[in-house]
Design a binder for this molecule. Structure first.
Ligand code: PMP
Length: 401
C-alpha cells in the first residue's frame, strides 16, 4: 500500500539532535533544541515540580478520564496566570479555556477552532521568521498561512516599520499570530511602546490577535512582566486567542501540559464557545492526560510552591541572561571577533539569532562539533561555564570577516 509514499525530510530542529548524538567528540555542544540545561549541561527538574509530584503521589488520586477540556482547577489557574486577577473578561467569567497537549496542542486546537468558527477570514499572518512548526500546524488546521515582516537582518533586530506596513496592508479581520514574549527563533521582542502601537493597528484594521505564549516567566524571570502584551491587548478591549505552554517555565516538556483560551463577550457566549471547543477536541484525542495537569495545578494553587516556582523560573532566566553577558564579553572583549555582537545581550528568552550563516553553522558542526539550526539560532540554555569559552573560540574561528 505504501510503495508510492515518498521519504520526507527530517525535522529541521529535531534533526540537529540526531547529528549531535552521533558525534563522539567529547567537546561536542548541542545548541539546537529548546530545552533548558543547568550549569552542568544536564536537564533540570524544578524542585517545586518534585515537591508537587510528591504531593500528587501521596494524595493517591485515581486514574479516571478527565473531562474533554481537562482538569477544571488547572484551566482556571492557567488563565489566572496568563490574564492576571484584574482581567475584565476573567472577572466576568467570559474566558473559555481548555487544557491542551502543551503549547503545540493549544495552537492546533486554536487553529482548528478558528478554521471552523471564525466567520471573517481563513488567513493567518505569521511573523517572518517564526517557530518552524507554526507553518505546517496552521496549514494542517485548515487556515491559509501568510507572513508579516518581523526581523531585520541588517540590524539583527525588529523590523518595526515592515511589521506595521504589513499589518496595515493585510485584509481587514485577518488573523495575526503574535509571540507573547521571547520570540522564537529571533529572541527579538517589541518594546511595551511598540506593543501599544501594534495593538492600535490591530484594532484599527479589526485583525484578530492570536497569542502564542510558550515562555511566560522564562524571558524576563517574571511571569507578570512576560504577560505584558497579552494583558495590554485584553485591557484595550481586544478579544484574543491564547496558547499557553508549561513546557519551559515548569520544565514539564514531556508531560505535554498547556492551555488554549478565547476571551468572549459574555458568560453566555463563553458557554457556547466551550461547547464547540469540546466538539473540536473530542474527535482529536477525546480528553487530555492527567499527570502534567495535576503537577502544574498543584504548583499554581499552593502558595508556598507558587512562590518557590517563581524563584526557580527566575533562576533559569537569570542563568540564560548571564550566559548572554559572558558570550558577548568573550566575543567582543577577549577574542575581538569582528562584527557587532550587542544583539546577543539584547535578545530575549531561550534563543539567540547569532547572525551566523548556514555555511558557518555547517563548519561549526563539522570542525568544532557545535550543533545549531542552519538559520544560526542557538539555544542559550545549552551554554554553561564549562563550554562557553570553547563555543566563543569556535565562533571566532568560523567568522569569515
Ligand atoms: N510556540 C513556540 C514559539 C515555541 O517555541 C514552542 C516550543 N518550541 C511551542 C510553541 C510549543 O512547545 P510545546 O508544545 O512543547 O509546549
Amino acid at each position: 500500500a505504501w510503495a508510492a509514499v515518498p521519504a520526507g525530510p527530517p525535522d529541521p530542529i529535531l534533526g540537529v539532535t540526531e547529528a549531535f548524538k552521533a558525534d563522539k567528540d567529547p567537546r561536542k555542544i548541542n545548541l539546537g533544541v529548546g530545552a533548558y540545561r543547568d550549569e552542568q549541561g544536564k536537564p533540570y527538574i524544578l524542585p517545586s515540580v518534585k515537591k508537587a509530584e510528591e504531593l500528587v503521589r501521596t494524595s493517591l488520586p485515581d486514574k479516571e478520564y478527565l473531562p474533554i477540556t481537562g482538569l477544571a482547577d488547572f484551566t482556571k489557574n492557567a488563565a489566572l496566570l496568563a490574564y492576571g486577577a484584574d482581567s475584565e473578561p476573567l472577572k466576568q467569567g467570559a474566558i473559555s479555556v481548555t487544557q491542551s497537549i502543551s503549547g503545540t496542542g493549544a495552537l492546533r486546537i486554536g487553529g482548528a477552532f478558528l478554521a471552523r468558527h471564525y466567520p471573517h477570514s481563513k488567513a493567518i499572518y505569521l511573523p517572518v521568521p517564526t517557530w518552524g512548526n507554526h507553518i505546517p500546524l496552521f496549514q494542517d488546521s485548515g487556515l491559509e498561512v501568510r507572513g508579516y515582516r518581523y526581523y531585520d537582518k541588517d540590524t539583527v533586530g525588529l523590523d518595526f516599520e515592515g511589521l506595521k506596513a504589513d499589518l496595515k496592508a493585510a485584509p481587514e479581520q485577518s488573523i495575526v499570530l503574535l509571540h507573547a514574549c521571547a520570540h522564537n527563533p529571533t529572541g527579538v521582542d517589541p518594546t511595551p511602546a511598540q506593543w501599544a502601537e501594534i495593538s492600535d493597528i490591530i484594532k484599527e484594521k479589526k485583525l484578530f490577535p492570536f497569542f502564542d505564549m510558550a515562555y511566560q516567566g522564562f524571558a524576563s524571570g517574571n511571569t507578570t512582566k512576560d504577560a505584558f502584551a497579552v494583558r495590554h491587548f485584553v485591557s484595550q478591549g481586544h478579544q484574543i486567542a491564547l496558547a499557553q505552554s508549561f513546557a519551559k517555565n515548569m520544565g514539564l516538556y514531556g508531560e505535554r501540559i498547556g492551555a488554549f483560551s478565547l476571551t468572549t463577550a459574555s458568560p453566555e457566549e463563553k458557554a457556547r464557545v466551550d461547547s464547540q471547543l469540546k466538539i473540536v477536541i473530542r474527535p482529536m484525542y477525546s480528553n487530555p492526560p492527567l499527570h502534567g495537569a495535576r503537577i502544574a495545578n498543584t504548583i499554581l494553587s499552593t502558595p508556598e510552591l507558587y512562590t518557590q516556582w517563581e524563584g526557580e523560573v527566575k533562576g533559569m532566566a537569570d542563568r540564560i541572561i548571564s550566559m548572554r553577558e559572558k558570550l558577548y564579553n568573550a566575543l567582543t572583549h577577549d577574542l575581538k571577533t569582528p562584527g557587532e555582537w550587542g544583539h546577543i545581550k539584547s535578545q530575549i528568552g531561550m534563543f539567540s539569532f547569532t547572525g551566523l550563516t548556514a555555511p558557518q553553522t555547517k563548519v561549526l558542526a563539522e570542525k568544532a562539533h557545535v550543533y545549531m539550526t542552519s538559520n544560526g539560532r542557538i539555544s542559550m540554555a545549552g551554554l554553561n561555564g564549562g563550554n562557553i569559552q570553547y563555543f566563543a573560540e569556535s565562533v571566532d574561528k568560523a567568522d569569515p570577516d
